[in-house]
Unconditional design. Structure first.
Length: 278
């Protein structure tokens, strides 16, 4: 039982609960997650802005050089930010559900312990996320099926990181576990992934008002607007990754309950055999 109460019920979950409970999980550990994610976002934003400024200096203030410096630096640090957020959110989420380290030290330790597998998972995730839509875009008519295929691929690997962290298995075994747990529910999980992505983009629209408000206050100075856009993009990336990571933990609980009856406690008799008569 989690120390602060059961934010995620350990039982098979309805689809509506799969949509709602990731936000409940984040809210239940909001202080720890906000501190960790906020620190990561700040470092990524400052580093991206610094590299953009260096690129502008190196290209003698060229608009094209500045633009490409911003794009490359934001892409690199957004990727690293997603890797970091996935690690700490999954660790804290599993701790909240099953009991375990809930403070920032435990989350960072879990990230370090799974450094290599998590890095590999994010790399494969990115290759699929870029490669599948690019292949689908070769013909406009094939783009919707390609996006549906991408969602199904995401669903098959959705609970790989929770399996890796919770069960302390090698990465390949965690991926195999994820595919086994997702068996028969790939399209359900794909629908969950698509719905959460759409919800994050809906939330991104009002968040766009933050840089627009500050740009109105400070004026449309080039570097002010650049800093605000970089911060906004990384903020959306952080929000999307935190929600998806929490959803992976929730889906892991749901799939283990459905496939392995995690929610059913088998009584153990005095002679040590589960279910044996006394």
């Amino acid at each position: 039982m989690p120390p602060d109460g059961e934010s995620i019920p350990i039982r098979p979950l309805h689809f509506r609960e799969l949509l709602d409970l990731p936000f409940a999980l984040i809210q239940s550990r909001i202080r720890a997650l906000a501190g960790l994610i906020g620190a990561g976002w700040l470092i990524a934003a400052v580093a991206s802005f610094a590299l953009t400024a260096l690129g502008a200096v190196a290209t003698h203030g060229s608009d094209t050089g500045t633009l490409w410096s911003a794009i490359v630096s934001v892409a690199v640090f957004a990727w690293l930010l997603r890797w970091y957020i996935r690690g700490v959110t999954v660790s804290i989420g599993l701790g909240q559900v099953f009991g375990g380290p809930l403070a920032w030290r435990g989350a960072v330790a879990g990230l370090g312990a799974n450094f290599g597998p998590l890095l590999l998972d994010r790399l494969i995730y990115s290759v699929l996320g870029v490669g599948v839509p690019v292949l689908g875009a070769l013909l406009v008519i094939t783009l919707p099926p390609a996006l549906a295929w991408l969602a199904r691929l995401r669903a098959a690997r959705l609970v790989a990181m929770p399996a890796l962290v919770a069960e302390s298995v090698p990465y390949r075994a965690a991926v195999a576990r994820a595919k086994m747990l997702a068996g028969g529910a790939q399209w359900r999980l794909a629908g969950l992934w698509l719905a959460l992505r759409g919800l994050v983009w809906v939330l991104a629209v009002p968040l766009l008002g933050i840089p627009l408000f500050f740009s109105d206050v400070t004026g449309t100075r080039r570097w002010t607007v650049t800093a605000l856009i970089i911060g906004w993009v990384l903020l959306i990336v952080a929000l999307a990754e935190a929600v998806e990571s929490a959803a992976a933990v929730v889906a892991y609980v749901d799939r283990r309950c459905r496939r392995e009856a995690l929610d059913i406690a088998i009584p153990v008799s005095d002679n040590g055999f589960a279910g044996a008569p006394r």
